[in-house]
Design a protein around this ligand. Sequence first.
Ligand SMILES: Nc1ncnc2c1ncn2[C@@H]1O[C@H](COP(=O)(O)OP(=O)(O)OP(=O)(O)O)[C@@H](O)[C@H]1O
Ligand SMILES: [Mg+2]
Length: 245
Amino acid sequence: MIKHDGAALEARDLRAGYGERPVLRDLHLRVQAGEIYALLGGNGAGKSTTMNAFLGMLPPRSGSVRVCGIDVAADPRAARLKLAYVPENVVLYEHLSAQENLRYFLGLIDPRSADRATIERALTAAGLDPASWGRRLAGYSKGMRQKVAIALALARSVPVLLLDEPNTGLDPRATGDLNRLLLNLRGEGKAVFMVTHDLLSAAQVADRIGFLSEGRIVEELAAAGPGRFDIDGLYRRYAGWSTQQ
Ligand SMILES: Nc1ncnc2c1ncn2[C@@H]1O[C@H](COP(=O)(O)OP(=O)(O)OP(=O)(O)O)[C@@H](O)[C@H]1O
Ligand SMILES: [Mg+2]
């Protein structure tokens, strides 16, 4: 195990992009274990690209990216084993049930992790009604699908969760369920890094909120208390950030 200074995720002086095109420019970002970090920013600011860098899909042009102290460029596989990623557009099998989807996808990673108890624990933690576990996803709502994707991430019991716009399209109740779940995960000491356009959810759950513009963090705010932001102040700041673009 490589020793590290406690940051679950760290980007330092990171420059990265696609082909010749720079997207991230001197990005500095740290997320600790037991912390929820919400990354805000306009469309095209580089939020998903930041996730790709942590996932090892985007080699740094300069600077470094670390996951639990592991240099992603040096050992992408070891870094990837510390992460669970819930993408913006979740791809699951429609003709399989929630249990079958989990068994299949977990089996691809590690057949030993695809046991019934692990799957049931993860589906319970994700808040999916047990009455739906055996039903095909074709009949699921968006919120139910999201819970299956999150259960898949939870079943891997990794220390870091990356969520790209996890509450887009969720109704207020499903959003509330998700927010409670994220707070539970934080209580278990996981690091949660989420990209969102939902300022209210970010304010309710995040310990820190960063605003990304043109590939760098232009402002970072810390919660005044556990999970608390001054929402009016946050909206005013948000308006200020947006007009800077
Ligand atoms: N695979 C790719 N190849 C080339 N350019 C890309 C690729 N993915 C993203 N980009 C470009 O990189 C920039 C940042 O995109 P990114 O997807 O990171 O933005 P985002 O902040 O996640 O936006 P959104 O809020 O729309 O999801 C954009 O200009 C986009 O066109
Ligand atoms: Mg995106």
